[in-house]
Write a protein that binds this ligand. Structure first.
Ligand SMILES: [Fe+2]
Length: 313
């Protein structure tokens, strides 16, 4: 029995339950109980959002409050999931309803989760340790991030920055008039053409990466697609189609063929993320993207993201 299959649904004895996602058994569904939610909200209500933004150490106290609401069982579980290559992903949601401002509560809850597994990197686009942005029917921006009517191709985050991006957390804050737009995820080990690209002469050759002005990253970085191996010798990836800057025909065609292969991969899973839920991925063994939406003039979706590095390994 693999590590993926061995995880059965657990009862809510520690303030949460765990089960395999029906669309992809690697993905773990963690559901916080209403009681644990209330305990967490009560324990953190004295700390307003501005204090959490101004004082980095307070974010760890927020995280600890969530772990205490789960009898200290949540932190080890989330770290086990993230460090287990067979899983490396969870969808976190909750039962019950926050009593205070839902938006502020969601920032605190996502901050608790990110600080149980690591430390978020500074988000240069938003100027904080997290970013919030809205997808609308029309968008004039310079990347696909906020554009609705097209599929956002599978990619890793952190390709064009010089800091580690071990995890990516994506939370849905608000949604109106949406049809479609599920998250798309693919585990590197489920990519059927992996060997073809990993055993290619260009797999370990540096590629140049840059980003458009909105990302507020004023430099270029150089690294291979398969930039390192994990402790068991399996590949970690950093790939995104938009920001690779191939310098010759061989690199260009290698990247183009990789994009084509990923977009036609049938092992890619559609994951619906409800409002108030967050999808957290080990960023180097999972690729993520977004399915297209159905056009609607009142279409609006607000997302929160945190990207960071692990501290427990
Ligand atoms: Fe992304």
């Amino acid at each position: 029995m693999s590590a993926v299959e061995s995880v059965a649904k657990t009862p809510m004895s520690s303030g949460f339950s765990q089960s395999n996602h029906p669309n992809n058994p690697r993905l773990q569904c963690i559901t916080l109980s209403a009681d644990a939610l209330a305990q967490f909200e009560s324990a953190t209500q004295a700390w307003d959002l501005q204090a959490v933004e101004y004082k980095p150490f307070l974010r760890f106290a927020v995280a600890n409050a969530l772990d205490e609401a789960c009898d200290g069982q949540l932190s080890p579980l989330l770290n086990d999931i993230m460090l287990n290559r067979e899983q490396g992903a969870f969808l976190f949601n909750y039962l019950g309803t926050p009593q205070g401002d839902a938006s502020d509560f969601h920032v605190k809850l996502s901050t608790a989760i990110s600080h149980l597994i690591g430390v978020p990197n500074f988000d240069a686009m938003y100027g904080k340790f997290y970013a919030r942005f809205t997808v609308r029917n029309k968008d004039e921006s310079d990347s696909y991030l906020r554009q609705a009517h097209r599929r956002m191709e599978l990619h890793n985050d952190g390709t064009y920055v010089d800091e580690r991006t071990d995890f990516v957390l994506m939370m849905k804050m608000k949604e109106e008039n949406m049809e479609g737009g599920d998250s798309l995820i693919l585990h590197v080990d489920d990519w059927q053409d992996l060997d073809q690209f990993y055993n290619h002469p260009l797999a370990k050759q540096n590629i140049q990466w840059g980003s458009p002005p909105s990302k507020q990253v004023g430099y270029k970085v150089h690294h291979p697609i398969f930039f390192e191996e994990d402790k068991n010798g399996k590949p970690h990836m950093l790939f995104i189609d938009q920001f690779a800057e191939p310098q010759n025909m061989r690199q260009g065609l290698y990247l183009h063929q990789m994009g084509e292969s990923l977009e036609s991969e049938e092992n890619c899973s559609n994951i619906e993320v409800p409002v108030g839920s967050m999808l957290v991925l080990q960023n180097h063994c999972w690729l993520h993207g977004r399915d297209k939406f159905v056009a609607h003039l009142g279409l609006e979706r607000e997302l929160l993201r945190q990207r960071g590095h692990f501290t427990a390994n």
